[in-house]
Design a protein around this ligand. Sequence first.
Ligand code: NAD
Length: 437
Amino acid sequence: MRVAMIGSGYVGLVSGACFADFGHVVACIDKDPAKIAALERGEIPIYEPGLSELVAKNMREGRLTFATDLTEAVRGADAVFIAVGTPSRRGDGHADLSYVYQAAREIAAVMDGYTVVVTKSTVPVGTGDEVERILRETRPGANFAVVSNPEFLREGAAISDFKRPDRIVIGTDDPRAREVMAEIYRPLYLNQAPLLFTGRRTAEVIKYAGNAFLATKITFINEIADLCEQVGADVQEVARGIGLDNRIGAKFLHAGPGFGGSCFPKDTLALIKTAQDAGTPVRIVETVAAVNDQRKRAMARKVIAACGGTVRGKTVAVLGLTFKPNTDDMREAPSLSIITALQDVGASVKAYDPEGMTQAKTLLDGVTYCTDAYACVEGADALVIVTEWDAFRALDLDRVKRLLKTPVVVDLRNIYRPEDMTKRGFTYVGVGRGRAP
Ligand code: NAD
């Protein structure tokens, strides 16, 4: 099959490279000429494990090409995927669909023969109808179908998620489009990937409902963690105790500094707005968003308390800046709110992240960036672990203690054990690990 991927960011590039690896012929398009030039030189603009090798292999074998202009790719394509950004609209939190609609207009102008236009971007319910209207208005009489195929990959594990998905959701009522989509995903069929065909609007709702549910699970355990701190219980054991119940499941039950990233914050907000507009507010999700918002700055208060009530004039070392490990994505990372809140009350901040510092530098002012974890903690009054990169899981703790001015560790990901840390002479604070009175 011939595939055109419009937008070559985290989702477009991973999806395009994986489709090419299945044997399809894929053209990845992006408006950003610097991004396309880098990709053509074999440089990957984002950090995603395994992606560089996958892109190189499929370019070499002639199945993956890049371009800024979509004309040629769309003309020959069986399916054109829209994988452009849908950020929160400034001011009201609705999804900003301007990139999607712009892509639709550009596709409409050049599409040729029967074309399946697929929204892979996360878009509010009804967007497929609007894309269809734009295509029809721009090219009356053209032969096409608009399909919703939301993407569920996670940054940091994107390739294996894409190649071994829990499910593939395809929203369309058009039998011919269904056949094209089944053919595109056929290589996964052999691995028994469950293909779920639904109506287009249903597919659009599935994506938001899924993300909102996961965000709710995280927020739920975070509130239980706060309770544990007050009553002398351990949230890690509580999470295990409830997670072993198959009806609940163990995933997304890690207490921490609150969810961030390019999806959960904007997608919960967009769902809230859609539901309000429909006259059926999703009050649980509204609460989740509000609780999570407050949590990030509350984490800064945790650091201040661990430092004896003030950080004015003190230096705080922050390990981990990205919203999770194995990505360089800084969008809505908890580190942004935590660091800003600490700076607001007079702390100096040093930071180190294995992959996120280039992006962080564009978002955070006044931070001293370090070359490794040990340079970061040297001379600091406290260490705060914000992202659980593997490199921080087995630090030389004796060295960390020698380098810190005062041995205070605030571990917002619970990667160390309170008893071990206390035995080593640290003042250690985790999340939700209260001491029995
Ligand atoms: P991104 O910002 O990394 O990439 C979007 C790309 O689209 C950019 O490179 C931009 O230059 C390009 N673009 C915009 N308009 C264009 C146009 N008209 N023609 C060609 N290129 C254009 O975004 P992303 O993280 O890949 O997310 C894309 C969509 O997928 C969003 O709707 C997001 O919610 C959804 N999604 C993201 C993830 C994730 O983990 N990042 C997971 C699932 C779904």
